[in-house]
Design a protein around this ligand. Structure first.
Ligand SMILES: [Zn+2]
Length: 537
């Protein structure tokens, strides 16, 4: 630790010379401990073994599936074997589980050809192999339904426009950050004037429409629906189909076909060819256990009256790859970070707690449930319709925020969920107070490639559950690799796309952040408590 500066500050104070406020005082860094963390993390890493087991052996881990429960248990045991304390599962109400065991889609006419296709999650299977002719039906809003009523029974319906293979949305991120891209990330763009962005209303609209479409397809006895993968080169990007909420319409068997094959099916149908497919999907809902589970364990603190620091990643994945980059990588890294600290026998002042979330892909359900149980939650919309369709991860500002006693005890939460790339820095979520602290912690890790602190915000994953109730939650900046372009939510999200060097590096960075957050004299600076807005009618 650097003891010189506090002493100097005290001398200046006694001489009546103004000193910096606490936030800008020199941040202590324990370089001896960083050395030991690097030694254990760089030379004795187990991170790839953990990542391999999570992805290859345990396989896809859809929330509610028996495989995810097995992964919960395996991690609990692993953390306990490493010597962490209080390793346990925390349940929360999720809904119906789902798994599939077989999927085959063949074109029979105009000629025979197996197609590259996989079922969407939470959609029903077929009763053995079923055959039907293919037609194109635009069912993009409820007003479209009437034109098709009575015409779709026994048919296989192509729902999407042709996939535009040239225009995949925004420019892809570079595989690895450069000095230039990191400098750009460090610049803070002045935001445009605030306009109501309507994202809550559009998400309610989408949820309502999904249910209406599933009901319509079921009533019309549609044999199956097909969407085109939105990624080219045969990548099958497959996510949710039907609902996990008991009592809602499960819809009909529903598959995603490779973009190039999907476009061909459309061209054939448009040219007036008779196209016949055979589809066989074996899938089932699991209603025996409506709970899902987070796995939690800790290194107990010795001081600081029950304060804690946390790191986490989501254990659940989509169902067609093995959830390697999304997010076995993040789980393996945060697990390795606490393994390193445990192996070094650290006695942190604050408790260091690790949490492997589930239900993230469906809407941050696991982390929100945990935060609600321990720290605080929004009461949500009072209007029952709005409450039904607005997902809980959009409840910030709906109703009242109530805090639990634990709210004051959490110093910081660090999240890993941006693929398997190396850590290049951290998002400071617009906290000017936290920036110099992170910059100091990163200083002895610059040579490993981690050095950027940006005040920008990043959303979309579990640290939001903490931010939404006014707690300091952070996500790391990582190299992109093939994440959004190929592996994210796709059948190619497998172990081969993880790089040992990157996960070893990331584990060292996370271990060092956890250690310094646990030992710091004060809690990390906190964001302002979000104000409560009256919920809209
Ligand atoms: Zn993820």
């Amino acid at each position: 630790m650097n003891r010189t500066l506090p002493v100097l500050a005290a001398v200046l104070f006694l001489m009546n010379v103004p000193v910096w406020a606490e936030e800008t005082a020199e941040e202590p860094v324990d370089l001896g401990m960083v050395t030991r963390i690097r030694e254990e993390g760089l030379h004795h890493s187990q991170v790839m073994e953990t990542a391999r087991h999570l992805s290859d052996v345990l396989g896809p881990r859809l929330t509610g599936s028996p495989q995810l429960k097995a992964a919960n248990e395996w991690i609990r045991q692993r953390l306990a074997d490493w010597g962490l304390r209080n390793a346990h599962l925390e349940p929360y109400l999720f809904g119906r589980g789902w798994s599939f065991t077989r999927s085959a889609v063949h074109m029979l006419k105009p000629h025979q050809l197996p197609l590259s296709a996989l079922p969407k999650a939470h959609t029903p299977g077929t009763a053995g192999p079923v055959r039907g002719t293919v037609l194109i039906a635009k069912l993009a809003k409820e007003e479209d339904f009437e034109a098709w009523r009575g015409k779709l029974a026994g048919k296989i319906v192509l729902l999407d426009e042709p996939v535009d293979l040239d225009h995949q949305g925004e420019e892809p991120e570079p595989r690895e950050h450069t000095g230039e891209t990191l400098r750009e990330l460090g610049r803070f763009p002045v935001p445009a004037d605030r306009e109501p962005d309507g994202y809550k209303e559009s998400s309610i609209e989408r949820a309502r429409f999904r249910e209406a479409l599933n009901r319509f397809l079921g009533e019309e006895k549609v044999l199956a629906t097909i969407n085109g993968s939105i990624r080219p080169w045969g990548v099958l990007r497959v996510g949710r189909g039907g609902p996990w909420t008991p009592g809602m319409s499960p819809g009909v068997p529903s598959v995603v076909v490779a973009a190039e094959q999907y476009n061909r099916l459309r061209r054939l149908v448009e040219a007036g060819q008779e196209v016949e497919l055979e589809i066989e999907i074996e899938a089932r809902f699991h209603d025996e256990d409506l709970m899902a589970y987070n796995t939690v364990a800790e290194i107990p603190g010795t001081d600081r009256g029950g304060e804690i620091v946390m790191a986490g990643a989501h254990l659940d994945s989509w169902h067609t790859g093995t959830g390697a980059t999304d997010d076995a990588a993040g789980c393996a890294v945060v697990m390795e970070a606490v393994r390193i600290l445990q192996a070094l026998g650290v006695k942190p002042k604050r408790t260091i707690r690790v949490a492997l979330w589930t239900g993230e892909e469906q809407g941050l359900f696991g982390s929100i449930a945990y935060v609600a149980e321990h720290f605080g939650s929004w009461s949500g919309p009072e209007n029952p319709e709005r409450r039904k369709w607005l997902s809980v991860h959009n409840w910030k500002g709906e109703g009242k925020l109530s805090l639990r006693p634990g709210h004051g005890k959490l110093s910081a939460y660090f999240n890993m969920d941006a693929g398997g790339g190396k850590i290049r820095g951290i998002y400071a979520e617009e906290s000017a107070a936290v920036r110099p602290i992170f910059e100091t912690w990163l200083a002895p890790l610059h040579d490993l490639g981690a050095g950027t602190v940006t005040l920008r915000r990043i959303g979309g994953t579990d640290h939001e559950a903490f931010l939404d109730v006014g707690l300091p939650g952070f996500q790391f900046i990582q190299d992109e690799l093939d994440y959004m372009a190929r592996t994210h939510h796709s059948n190619l999200d497998v172990y081969d796309h993880l790089q040992r060097e990157d996960l070893v590096q990331a584990s060292v960075v996370v271990a060092s952040f956890l250690y310094h957050a646990a030992m710091r004299p004060e809690r990390l600076p906190r964001p302002p408590l979000p104000g409560s807005n009256p919920s809209k009618p």
